[in-house]
Design a protein around this ligand. Structure first.
Ligand SMILES: [Zn+2]
Length: 460
C-alpha cells in the first residue's frame, strides 16, 4: 500500500520526471500492488536520466515536487488527509493551508553533486520530520542518546552527510554544535571541545583514522569521548584499528566506533551498530524498512541480484513527498550486498547493507583524446545491455592517456548502431578509442580472462 502511495505521489502529485518516466514505460501507478510489482514493472532511473538534456529536456529541477493543494488532496494517505481536515476544524482555513503546505511545498534541498552536475534532493516539512525520525533511529543504533553532547565535524554543505547528522541531533534531542565550515578544526575545535566537552563526535569517514592523533596533537582531551561516528562510508579494518588505538591511547577507554552512510540522492543516513574501540568487526548499515525499499542490482545489466551478492544499491524512498523517483540506481557498491539476517551484534532484524559500501564505485577519472574527465562505466552498460548479446568495456591506461575499447556482440545486424554508440559517448565527452564488433563467444572469452566481480568492466 505504501509503495503504491509513494509512487502515486511521485508520479501524480507532482514530480515531473517521475511522471514522464512512468508514462514512457507505460506504467499506471494506480495499478501497482506492492513491492514485487514495483520491482518488475517500474523502470530503474540513474543519474544520466536526470542530468542528460536529451533524456530529460526538463532539466534536473524536474526531480523536485511541484506540489499543489489539489495534489495533496488526491494522492495523500489517510493520515495526512486527516491532519489537514482536523487543522481546518480546529484552526480554520489558514491553519489548514499551512498543513497542506507542509505536505506539498519543497522547503529544504540537498544538492547531490556528480557527473553532469548537481541533482536537487527536495524535502517537504513533513519529509524533514521523517529525516529527524530516521536520525533518532541512527543515534540509537550507534549508541548516542539524549544525555550525549555531540560535536559535528562534518563540513557544512547541502549534503545528506551534513544534514543527516544535523537532523539526527534534532531527532534525538541531545545538545549539538555543528561547527565546521571549510577545513580545519584544530583551533576553534580545541576551544569548543574544552568548552562543551563533547561525548560524541561525527567526523568525515576519510578523516576518521587520523582524528584521534590530530586531536591529541592539538591538545584536545578525548578521554570523555563515548562515540566516534564516521560519516560517509564504512571504515576499513586498518582504519578501525588506528581509530581504536588512537582513542584508547587518548584515554577514551569507554569509546565506541560507528559509521553512518546514505545514498547521496537518497533520503536518510543509515548506521552501523557501534563496536568498542579496539575491535574491528563491522556488521553493515542498518536500514529502515518502513522508510524505503532496497534492492541490489547488477551494475552491468540492472538485473536484480540475490541476497548477500555484491552489487549496486537501489533505493525507493517511502513516504517522502518532496521529489525523487522510484527505484533510484545509486552508483554505490555494496560489497556483501544486502542481508535480512538478524544482526549478530545488536540482534536487530532490519535489512543490512554492506558491510563495506563504496560510493560512485564505477566512476573513473580518464584522459581521452587529451582531455581529462570523469566517466561512469554504468552509462555504457545502460546503453549496451538491452541491445547486445554480450559486451565489455575496457579501460587501459596508456601513459598519461586512457584507451577505451568497447567490445560488442549485437543482437541485431545494424551497422548504424556502432555509430550511435560512438556518438552517444562523444556527447558524454568520453569518445571511445575503438568499438570492436565481436562474436558472443569472443566477448565471453574476454570476460573469462578478465574475471572479478563485474567482468564487463575491465581495467588494466
Ligand atoms: Zn547491528
Amino acid at each position: 500500500m505504501l509503495v503504491k502511495q509513494t509512487v502515486l505521489q511521485m508520479a501524480l502529485a507532482h514530480v515531473p520526471l517521475a511522471r514522464t518516466r512512468l508514462n514512457a514505460a507505460g506504467v499506471d501507478a494506480r495499478t501497482l500492488r506492492g513491492v514485487e510489482d514495483l520491482k518488475s514493472r517500474v523502470p530503474l532511473t540513474m543519474r544520466r536520466d536526470v542530468v542528460d538534456p536529451v533524456r530529460n529536456p526538463d532539466g534536473p529541477w524536474a526531480f523536485v515536487l511541484q506540489g499543489t493543494a489539489e495534489g495533496v488532496k488526491r494522492f495523500s494517505d489517510r493520515s495526512v488527509l486527516f491532519r489537514v481536515a482536523r487543522a481546518r476544524l480546529l484552526g480554520g482555513e489558514e491553519v489548514q493551508q499551512l498543513q497542506i503546505e507542509s505536505a506539498s511545498r519543497s522547503v529544504h534541498l540537498h544538492l547531490a553533486g556528480g557527473l553532469g552536475g548537481p541533482i536537487p534532493i527536495s524535502y517537504t516539512r513533513d519529509d524533514l520530520d521523517l529525516l529527524a525520525r530516521a536520525g533518532a533511529r541512527l543515534a540509537q543504533l550507534v549508541g548516542i542518546d539524549r544525555e550525549d553532547r555531540l560535536l559535528n565535524l562534518v563540513p557544512f554543505g547541502p549534503t545528506i552527510d551534513y544534514w543527516g547528522i544535523f537532523y539526527m541531533a534534532l531527532g534525538v534531542g541531545h545538545t549539538a554544535v555543528h561547527t565546521r565550515h571549510e577545513d580545519g578544526y584544530s583551533d576553534g575545535g580545541a576551544a569548543t571541545f574544552a568548552m562543551m566537552q563533547p561525548t560524541a563526535v561525527a567526523v568525515p569517514a576519510d578523516e576518521a583514522a587520523q582524528f584521534p592523533e590530530t586531536a591529541t596533537e592539538a591538545g584536545i582531551d578525548l578521554s570523555g569521548l563515548r562515540t566516534l561516528l564516521a560519516v560517509g562510508r564504512s571504515l576499513t579494518k586498518a582504519e578501525r584499528e588506528r581509530v581504536g588505538e588512537g582513542l584508547l591511547a587518548a584515554g577514551a577507554a569507554e569509546a565506541r566506533i560507528a559509521a553512518a552512510y546514505g545514498v547521496a540522492e537518497g533520503r536518510v543516513l543509515w548506521g552501523e551498530c557501534a563496536v568498542p574501540a579496539g575491535k574491528t568487526e563491522t556488521f553493515g548499515f542498518h536500514t529502515y524498512p518502513d522508510m524505503e525499499i532496497l534492492e541490489v542490482v547488477s551494475p552491468e545489466t540492472g538485473e536484480a541480484l540475490d541476497e548477500e551478492t555484491p552489487g549496486e544499491i537501489v533505493v525507493t524512498p517511502l513516504g517522502f513527498r518532496g521529489g525523487g523517483v522510484p527505484r533510484w540506481r545509486s552508483g554505490d557498491l555494496a560489497l556483501g550486498g544486502i542481508t535480512t539476517r538478524t544482526c549478530p551484534n545488536c540482534a536487530r532484524d532490519v535489512p543490512r547493507v554492506g558491510p563495506t559500501v563504496r560510493r560512485n564505485a564505477w566512476q573513473r577519472r580518464v584522459t581521452l583524446n587529451g582531455s581529462a574527465t570523469r566517466y561512469d562505466m554504468r552509462d555504457t552498460a545502460a546503453l549496451l545491455a538491452p541491445r547486445m548479446n554480450d559486451w565489455q568495456v575496457e579501460l587501459a591506461s596508456n601513459g598519461g592517456q586512457t584507451d577505451m575499447f568497447i567490445y560488442i556482440a549485437p543482437k541485431a545486424d545494424d551497422p548504424g548502431q556502432v555509430i550511435g554508440i560512438y556518438e552517444e559517448h562523444v556527447r558524454w565527452q568520453v569518445p571511445p578509442t575503438q568499438i570492436v564488433l565481436a562474436s558472443p563467444e569472443d566477448v565471453a572469452a574476454k570476460r573469462d580472462a578478465t574475471g572479478g566481480l563485474f567482468s564487463r568492466f575491465a581495467e588494466r
